[in-house]
Design a protein around this ligand. Structure first.
Ligand SMILES: Cc1ncc(COP(=O)(O)O)c(C=O)c1O
Length: 465
């Protein structure tokens, strides 16, 4: 390959990835020669080659500029600004509609409670309940019960993430951790970045805080689209990203370690903070627990949010944020709102974790979820019409069903709720009108005869057209 072709290729990469933006002026021939070490003639040939390919254009006496090329345009189309977000009332209506006990909870975000609240934990709760000291509020005030924070810190250390209990702030579940983190890091009108399809709590938090949301689509193979991410952070003044990279809700994918590594590099280069929603972190089926972005975070740019809701019980309302240097700010916000997380529950969880019951419980839980998800998946792929797809990922307890484009999943939800069955339509996770042909179902409940009848009903509705 000629030197000029070599140079043209590396410059082309800068254009295609959006590092050089549309109509941005390229370095002069002389500057380029100095920085690249190539001769002036080589640089000129490289620029002419790019011009011939339609990637750049020249203006007399002004130099060369990035042209409107199809790759950039396609990338720009993927990155979307959502200025006005209105999701709270929709989510409220949906959650109310599936709240009743008579509704079959295929649309629920909570795992089957029969699999949580382990007997050992119930014993611990009963023992703690007898002691007045368990209810003392002072030791549980922000940042939260020391022993509990120590246990959580140790779990990070076990994954190779050096953590001190003072990095952790206990919150009222994972949602509170996300809301507090976002509140501590943004002001009204700031730009944040979200995945295009994401847990509705993230959209709600953005709506409550009056933030402008830039979205990037999911990558069909890798989950996170790094090129779109780069395009977004170089096109908008994004302050914070809020992402789910492990066992994504609702789709289910887990982003590879390679992509996480690249993402960490980009966050560092552009000095952008990341709030990582990792509430399903323990529900992996493989041998090895996926790493969180905190593992790659050398610059303290990541706030890692998680909770016990998906593993021990959503009713406890206990979560946490690895807040690092934001700990103080987050505690201020807590003291001005909820004051503290329930002291009795914090004490009981600390005791339970200290006695190492958690690992055994998690192992059983993962095995059960794996078995159930596999059963639901096999049943659905056998019975659903051929033009439907079911995405299977080895973690968590959701299946994401893609219906043919013309089917509106909200209609399916409305019909199912009349039959006392809840399913989660894609409008809860995705803000645009198109692409509303997905359904999330919760497969953490045993497939007994009643459940099979309800799933058959769902399949019949989908097949009806
Ligand atoms: C992705 C995601 N993040 C956060 C939460 C909130 O978790 P918690 O119940 O601990 O507040 C949920 C709950 O469904 C969730 O699915």
């Amino acid at each position: 390959m000629y030197k000029s072709e070599q140079l043209a290729l590396s410059l082309k990469h800068l254009i295609e990835t959006g590092t050089w933006k549309l109509h941005e002026k390229l370095p002069s021939l002389r500057q380029q020669a100095e920085t690249s070490g190539f001769s002036l003639i080589t640089v000129m040939n490289a620029y002419q080659e790019l011009e011939a390919q339609g990637l750049i254009y020249s203006k007399e006496k002004l130099g060369y500029f990035v042209a409107d090329n199809p790759l950039q345009t396609a990338l720009a189309k993927k990155v979307v600004l959502n200025e006005k977000i209105e999701i709270n009332s929709l989510v409220f209506r949906y959650l109310k509609s599936i709240q009743s006990e008579k509704i079959v909870p295929l649309g629920s975000a909570f795992p089957n409670s029969q699999l949580l609240y382990s007997p050992k934990l119930m014993q611990t709760l009963a023992q703690q309940a007898k002691h007045r000291i368990s209810y003392e509020q002072t030791p549980s005030l922000p940042p939260g019960n020391y022993e509990l924070r120590k246990q959580i810190a140790q779990r990070y250390c076990m994954q190779g993430i050096p953590t001190d209990p003072s990095d952790i702030v206990i919150t009222s579940g994972g949602l509170d951790a996300l809301n507090l983190s976002l509140k501590a890091m943004t002001q009204m009108g700031d730009y944040i970045l979200l995945q295009e399809t994401i847990f509705y709590g993230a959209w709600q938090a953005a709506e409550n805080l009056g933030l402008k949301v830039i979205t990037i689509p999911e990558h069909p193979e890798h989950g996170l689209d790094l090129e779109a991410f780069k395009k977004a952070i170089t096109s908008y003044p994004i302050k914070v990203c809020l992402l789910m990279l492990n066992s994504h809700n609702p789709i289910g994918f887990t982003v590879s370690e390679d992509i996480k590594f690249e993402l960490a590099k980009l966050l560092h280069e552009h000095e952008i903070y990341l709030i990582e929603d990792d509430v399903y972190e323990e529900l992996y089926y493989d041998q090895k627990k996926p790493l969180s972005m905190k593992y790659y975070d050398q610059q303290n740019l990541v706030l890692h949010c998680s909770s016990f809701s998906k593993t021990l019980g959503a009713g406890f309302r206990v979560g946490w944020v690895y807040a690092g240097k934001f700990s103080e700010h987050i505690q201020h916000l807590q003291l001005m709102s909820t004051i503290s997380v329930n002291s009795f529950i914090q004490n009981a969880l600390a005791d339970y974790l200290t006695h190492r019951h958690y690992e055994k419980h998690l192992k059983n839980l993962r095995n059960t979820l794996k078995r159930l998800k596999n059963q639901y998946y096999q049943y659905l792929i056998k019975k659903l019409p051929e033009d439907c797809q079911v995405s299977y990922y080895p973690s968590g307890y959701f299946l994401w069903i893609t219906l043919p484009q013309h089917i509106d999943s909200s209609r399916i939800y409305e019909k199912m709720i009349l039959n006392d069955v809840g399913v989660a339509p894609s409008i809860l996770f995705y803000r645009k009108n198109k692409k509303q042909n997905h359904i999330r179902i919760n497969c953490s409940f045993e497939m007994n005869d009643e459940m099979i009848n309800k799933i058959d009903l769902l399949i019949a509705q989908i097949s009806e057209r």
